[in-house]
Write a protein that binds this ligand. Structure first.
Ligand code: ADP
Ligand code: ZN
Length: 289
């Protein structure tokens, strides 16, 4: 019995095959191009495992439709990636492999990965954010993803502008929301170089940390989770976590008694594998949580 995993990102896809213990047997990665071309590569990858394949877990960029009663369940919906708008992801997979498919957002999948095997293991309430090309968040409460009419879109929360930050913001919908101010492209547009080119000493990192700390502050007051995990490319700045923790402590000002900040605001234990392991775990657990 084998399980399939698809981490469908806006820039790249990762596919993996794994077993009951979530060990990866094979893993591939390729760029996200057109849906036709990309999905063909996905199908080709799983083809040789067809006979043992029990289920597939998908964590997709979005927005996506996860309402089971909806006519467009399993679709990527209003994404800015035009070729993928209204693309029937689950239906396309189902036509090739008649197995059960767990379908959720990329950040929910990463949250699940950390919940099952990472820093969230044994905890009941876990929140995961990615700070990368965009900002997205997912939350698990007692084994289920938090959602209502749709999945959360926490990356677009409003935050207070840092007094020294004159950047107008980069979000086409809200300009200076969290994603518009703090995602990788906002850093690049503001600073003229990518985040990975900025020195650790650059004063900009205090501004970035203030936005991520506000995100942790808002999350704490709304959900009181057991842990908040920040992943994604921008968090590869290793000094950033400490800056965020310090600013969070200042902001919350002992109003609530959170777990110790070094264990409460963390980066993913599974590093870049949180998403794909989460997809594998979703397939194994056959969860549409
Ligand atoms: P994606 O969000 O597309 O899945 P990533 O999480 O890797 O991919 O995010 C990519 C973004 O993160 C880019 O805007 C990039 O400039 C930024 N980034 C990647 N590595 C670093 C780094 N070491 N420091 C700061 N920013 C980084
Ligand atoms: Zn926005």
């Amino acid at each position: 019995m084998l399980y399939g995993a698809i981490e469908a990102g806006g820039t790249k896809f990762v596919c993996a095959i794994g077993d009951e213990e979530l060990s990866m047997i094979e893993r591939v990665s390729f760029p996200t191009t057109t849906p036709e071309e990309t999905m063909q590569r996905v199908i080709d990858f799983f083809e040789e495992y067809r006979d043992e394949l029990v289920s597939i877990g998908v964590g997709s960029f979005g927005p996506i439709d996860l309402q089971r009663a909806s006519a467009t369940y399993g679709f990527i919906t209003s994404t800015p990636k035009l070729a993928w708008q209204n693309f029937d992801f689950v239906g396309t997979l189902k036509r090739s492999f008649n197995v059960s498919i767990s379908w959720t957002t990329d950040v929910n999948a990463a949250c699940y990965g950390e919940y099952v095997l990472g820093h969230g293991k044994g905890l009941s309430s876990v929140v995961y954010y990615t700070i990368g090309t965009g900002i997205g968040g997912g939350a698990i409460q007692n084994g289920r993803f938090i959602e209502g009419f749709s999945h959360p879109e926490m990356g677009h929360m409003l935050i207070k502008r840092h007094p020294e930050d004159l950047f107008a913001g980069n979000c086409p919908f809200h300009h200076d929301c969290l994603e518009g101010m703090a995602a990788g492209p906002a850093i690049e547009k503001r600073m003229g170089v990518k985040g990975q080119e900025l020195l650790e000493e650059d004063p900009f990192w205090a501004i970035e940390a203030s936005y991520i700390a506000q995100c942790a502050y808002n999350t704490t007051l709304i959900l009181s989770p057991d842990i908040i995990i920040f992943g994604g490319g921008v968090m590869k700045q290793e000094h950033l976590k400490k800056k965020v923790q310090a600013e969070f402590v200042r902001l919350i000002n002992r109003y609530v008694d959170t777990p110790s900040v070094s264990e409460y605001i963390v980066t993913p234990k599974l590093a870049d594998n949180a998403g794909i392991i989460g997809c594998l775990a979703l397939a194994r657990d056959q969860r549409n949580l």
